[in-house]
Design a protein around this ligand. Structure first.
Ligand code: CO8
Length: 258
């Protein structure tokens, strides 16, 4: 299916979604977020797709919510607009792992979008920020919460209050991104990591994703119990038998998602 604001491709078992509003630095408007939700839902429903890469352009992953689209809105209109929240829910609902491959600006809703993904690989050109304060507002797609969980209060507070951007290097040091990669290698590396994930049992990757995400929602005892139950449950899968047999037989496992 062709999208107006996205380029969507598949590479074997990996789904690639490229934000594509170059004239607006991939600013997140209603159409783009709606399309993104549709594209993710399609990949998630496709058993062949076992990992997703979300990326932007060399200049911008996304420069935030579309300021021009929302500048004249009233509070009741913003209250009724659900596409921002629905865009967030679409990512949260996606059970297939999603890697954000971020080059250039990831600002405001763009930074929040990257943080909604399961982890971020950053090009050395990446710049992260929550500059909403410069517009007289604050982050609205989870930035005050997820940035604080990722980098701690001091840096999150400084970024949200002052609008200061973080470089890729600082973002890695602070735990916001998993790795920094030379910009010209970013997409290849993200696709290679995604292919590696796609080789695992999809039941196990989904379970691992659910268990790590549970760490943000619960206390340690409950989280560990949740993890243990998922661990036990995976012994009902053929993939567990295959994975352990392959280790013992010194061969590569063939995971089938059963
Ligand atoms: N919205 C709309 N258009 C944008 C945006 C944006 N966020 N960012 C850039 N553009 C447009 C520019 O207007 C410009 O268009 P035109 O050529 O028609 O004038 C084009 O993209 C290129 O941008 P610049 O000329 O500004 O490019 P520069 O290289 O000079 O600057 C920057 C790049 C620094 C990224 C600059 O564009 C910028 O500061 N952009 C805005 C960043 C920002 O403030 N983001 C936060 C937006 S608010 C937000 O994200 C809230 C999310 C929560 C919503 C939740 C609702 C419930």
């Amino acid at each position: 299916m062709a999208y107006a604001n996205l380029i969507v491709e598949t590479r074997d078992h990996v789904g690639l979604v490229k934000l594509n509003r170059p004239d607006a630095l991939n600013a997140l408007n209603q159409d783009l977020l709606t399309e993104l939700g549709e594209a993710l839902a399609k990949f998630d429903a496709d058993d062949k797709i076992r990992c997703i890469v979300l990326t932007g352009s060399a200049k911008a992953f996304a420069a935030g919510a579309d300021i021009k689209e929302m500048s004249d809105k009233t509070a009741p209109e913003m209250f009724k607009l659900d596409f921002f929240a629905e865009g967030c829910r679409a990512i949260e609902r996606t059970r297939t792992p999603i890697i954000a491959a971020v080059a250039g600006y990831a600002l405001g809703g763009g930074c929040e979008l990257a943080m909604l993904c399961d982890f971020i690989l950053a090009a050395d050109t990446a710049k992260f920020g929550q500059p909403e304060i410069n517009l007289g507002v604050i982050p609205g797609m989870g930035g005050t919460q997820r940035l604080t969980l990722a980098v701690g209060k001091a840096k999150a507070m400084e970024m949200c209050l002052s609008g200061r951007f973080m470089t890729a290097e600082e973002a890695e040091r602070s735990g916001l991104v998993s790795r920094v990669i030379p910009a010209d290698k970013l997409l290849d590396e993200a696709l290679a990591v995604a292919a590696k994930i796609a080789d695992k049992s999809p039941l196990a990757t989904m379970a691992a994703k659910e268990a790590v995400n549970r760490a943000f929602e619960t206390n340690l005892t409950e989280g560990v119990m949740f993890e243990r139950r998922l661990f036990h449950g995976l012994f009902a899968s053929e993939d567990q038998k295959e994975g352990m047999a392959a280790f013992i037989e010194k061969r590569e496992p063939q995971f089938r998602g059963r």
